[in-house]
Structure formats: C-alpha cells, structure tokens
Design a protein around this ligand. Structure first.
Ligand code: 5AD
Ligand code: SF4
Length: 482
C-alpha cells in the first residue's frame, strides 16, 4: 500500500542521473524496473522479494521503506526466502541478534546456488560495525549488497550498481545529517503505521551500541511529520506509533522551538486519527508538559513505555542514564497522579558490570513499587566499542541468569495481577488480525496495549469496537462483542 504515488513511467531511465534526492532515487528505481521487466520476460514469472527484520520498531519501519522501493521497482512480496531479492535488516543491540544473522546466511547461500538471479542484501545496525563488514567481505562472499542505517533510501541505486558491476557493493555511511523525504513505503497493516519523528541518539548509555550505529540525533520537521500522518489517515490509518530512540528530546535539533509535547498537540488535531502511541521515552527528558498533554488528550493511548534499565542509583550512574532511583520513582508518581490507571511498561538489564546482589534488590524494589503491566528483561550483553565492554567487573553469567529468573517471576506475578483487575470491564479495541491459532477468533488491542481475542469476522479488521473483557488469561483477554 503506497500512500506516496510516484510515477516511474514519467522518468527517463536512459537520461542522465539527477544529483538531487529523492529524484535521483526515482531515476534508479526506473532503471531497476527496466531490469526486472527484462528478467520477468526471460523467466516467464514475476520476481519476488522478502525483507527479514531483526530488532526494534525502527527497523520494522525501515523495512517498510525498503519494501516500498522494491515494490516500486516491480518485485512482488513473498513470505519465503526462496525469493529473487532477500534483504536482512539486522540488529546489533545484543550479541544474540548478530549470531542469528550469521546462522541464517549459510542457508541463503544454499538458496542462491539454485537461483542465479538471486540477490542478497544486508543492511541495518549490524552493518555499521567495521568488524561485521570485514567478516562478511571475507567469509560470506555470496552477499551482493551491504549498506547501513543512514542510506536505506539508496536501495535502488545500490541495486543498480550491483547489476552493472561484478563485486559486492558496500556502502556504509559513518553518520549523516540528511533526511530524505518522499520515498515510497509499503505498510504491513492497512490501519496502523509507524511514523519516524527523529533518528539517532545522543545519550550514550554506557552499555548501548545504538548511538554508534544510528548516529547523532536529528528530528524531522513537524510539517513533514504532520503531512505524512494526514496522508496515512486519508489512506485508512487510524492508529500511529511515533518512533524515535528518545522521543522526549524531539525538536532539539530543529531551528523551530517545537517540543515533543507541542508536536503531540498538533498531531492530536488531525481529523480521522483515532489513536496515538509513541516510543521510546527516556525518563530524564520526560517533561511535565508532556504529562499534561497526555492527561488532556483523547487520542494518546493509556500506555507509557518508560525504560528504567536498573533500580540501583549506583548502577544507573555508571550506565550514564542521568537519573537516580528516586528521580525515576518520583516521575512515575507524577505520571500516576495525573493519569491513574495508566499502563506502564519498561526495559530492564540484568547483570550490568558491577551489579551486586544489593543493586539487583533495588531493581526488584522498583518493579514492586511501580507495578509494571509488563517488562522486557535483558541479560546484559557486551557490545564492543561501548564503555561498559571495558569495565573489569563483569558479572558471571550464572549469577546474572539466576537474577534474571527471579526478576521475571516477580514481573509476571504483578503483570497477571494487574491484567486480572480489568476483567469484566467494557473497553474499546482496535481489531488487528485473525487469530493465528484459531481462525474463528480475531485479535484486537486495548488502548493500554493488551491483547483481546474475541469471536468476529475478518471485515472488522481495522475498526474500533467495544468488547467486554470476559476472561483474563494471564497476559491477555478473551472478550465478547457488545
Ligand atoms: N545488553 C542488554 N540489553 C541492552 N539493551 C540495550 N543495550 C543492551 C545491552 N548491551 C536493551 C535496553 C534497551 C533495549 C532496547 O535494549 O534495555 O532499552
Ligand atoms: Fe541506547 Fe540509551 Fe540511546 Fe536508548 S537512550 S538508544 S538505551 S543510548
């Protein structure tokens, strides 16, 4: 589904290449489309593509942009890696994300041996690491294209370069201040969409590789964001997720003085838009004016993801999070006072270098005080190049694992207690999809992000309907239409 209509037929693919973006990319899309048509005639079948996304919602959004470009070029999306164009959009936030990619590359090679037209592209955060690119260049020579996080808009140009040269194409930018607008995007869902409001991160939490692979923070212009959302709404979208590594610092790189709270107020005015979500919020930048805007909004969902990472002020300091346990708890208090019943979720890292049993107990204490609706818990993973990787008091794996299990138990207990409190309520859900396990059930999402399964028909997908939450099943509900 493209909301941006670009007419490649009006582009002279044999003329000289434009230097300005996005026109330059439209030109290469037209050139690649000529090639796809040729191959289709040769093979007597459509050419297919698949984008495999690893990692976060940012990557999921980037994959939609990549899919948009490939569709424009003439490839048809498929759900198998036996495709003519396979892209892995990689993540490197934890080591196991990298391991998974290497594990699957061998399989891709076996597929490529059977299909001489097949192209394999690797992009995303992992590719921003020199050591990864070196390894692929040496040991995975069958890969056709490698690019990073800053130049995904260049996919058509890189593909064309690959078609007209012999070797692997590698194009990694160390950083960028460029934001290329007006490129196609292929949405996964008709009725909901992610919208980037900013890119990169300037926080340098000492464990985190994101600032190194996603570059410096830069915000999109408010007009571009608003126009994109208006176009999406005109195309059937009712729920948007505003995306940024640290949405609370939105606007700091702009010449206008627009804060995240101001941006939300503008977005709220868009007619036809029903629900607004955003992630991720950094506690240090969450302003009282944002709390006020959330409290008064009819569209912002009743949910806030507020990563705490650790409950120990000592650990938080070494993590470079710039808040203490007390700061975090007092922020939560202000949020809960303004919005009683708001659903809070978080991210927690266990086993950060130097974390003692006492530090860990502080984390458990925060979890018990805040009472999160759910939490993503991670074992600390050493990322080369980050300050924490060189700290000498790394926690033993068995110790970290034992703490992790204890933490998970407490989180799950609280989470199921909180979920249970909603049993019997009537609430609105956005119907998202047919249930994978049971076709007679549909799945919808409450404003607080919890899932509800209920009896319904596929034509309800994309609509907001009222359901009674009849039965709590731990972390989700069985509901009934009313
Ligand atoms: N090890 C473990 N978890 C990490 N995260 C980021 N870096 C690391 C790391 N090195 C987690 C944080 C962040 C989430 C997206 O991933 O909790 O909020
Ligand atoms: Fe990583 Fe911290 Fe930036 Fe989040 S705020 S992306 S954890 S450096």
């Amino acid at each position: 589904m493209n909301y941006m209509e670009i007419d490649l037929d009006r582009i002279d693919s044999l003329g000289t290449e434009p230097s300005k973006e996005p026109e330059r990319q439209y030109y290469f899309m037209a050139k690649c489309r000529d090639w796809v048509k040729e191959k289709e005639a040769e093979t007597g079948r459509p050419l297919t593509f698949i984008t495999q996304t690893f990692g976060c919602q940012m990557n999921a959004k980037d994959s939609e942009k990549l899919a948009g470009i490939l569709e424009k070029i003439g490839f048809k999306e498929t759900d198998t890696e036996e495709a003519d164009f396979v892209i892995y959009n990689t993540c490197t936030v934890r080591e196991n994300a990298n391991t998974r990619v290497y594990g699957r590359l061998g399989y891709l090679n076996s597929l490529k041996k059977k299909n001489p037209n097949m192209m394999i592209a690797l992009c995303g955060c992992m590719m921003q690491e020199d050591a990864v690119v070196d390894k692929i260049r040496k040991s995975y020579r069958f890969v056709d294209i490698i690019f990073g996080t800053h130049n995904i808009f260049k996919l058509a140009e890189l593909m064309y370069n690959r078609l007209t040269s012999k070797g692997m194409i590698i194009d990694i930018w160390k950083d960028t201040d460029q934001i290329v607008e007006d490129l196609p995007s292929e949405r996964k869902y008709q009725f909901k969409a992610g919208v980037n409001i900013m890119y990169g991160c300037n926080n340098f939490c000492s464990y985190c590789i994101v600032p190194y692979v996603r570059g410096r923070e830069r915000s999109r212009n408010p007009e571009d964001i608003i126009n994109e959302i208006k176009d999406l709404v005109a195309d059937g979208v009712v729920e948007i997720m505003l995306l940024g590594q640290n949405v609370n610092s939105y606007g700091k790189t702009l010449s206008t003085t627009m804060s995240f709270a101001d941006l939300l107020k503008e977005i709220e005015k868009i007619e036809g838009l029903k629900r607004i979500r955003f992630m991720t919020s950094h506690p240090k930048d969450l302003s009282d004016s944002l709390i006020e805007v959330m409290k008064n909004s009819k569209k912002i969902c009743n949910h806030l993801h507020l990563p705490v990472q650790s409950g120990s002020s000592k650990v938080l300091k070494i993590m470079n999070r710039k808040y203490s346990k007390e700061d975090y708890l007092s922020l939560v208090e202000r949020i809960k006072t303004a919005m009683p019943g708001i659903s809070l979720t978080t991210d927690i890292i266990v086993g950060f270098p130097g974390e003692t049993e006492e530090d860990f107990l502080e984390t458990l204490d925060v979890v018990k005080k805040v009472r999160y609706d759910s939490a993503y818990t991670f074992l600390y993973s050493k990322r080369t190049g980050t300050p924490a990787a060189n700290m000498d008091n790394q926690v033993e794996e068995a110790v970290a694992k034992e703490r992790f299990d204890r933490l998970l138990k407490v989180i799950q207990e609280i989470s199921s207690e909180l979920t249970k409190t909603h049993e019997g309520e009537v609430q609105e859900i956005l119907v998202e999809e047919v249930n994978e396990q049971n076709n007679s059930l549909l799945t919808g999402r409450l404003s607080n992000n919890m899932l509800v399964h209920f009896n319904g028909t596929p034509d309800m997908i994309g609509s907001l309907i009222k359901v009674k939450l009849t039965e709590c099943k731990g972390f989700y509900f069985i509901g009934e239409r009313i």
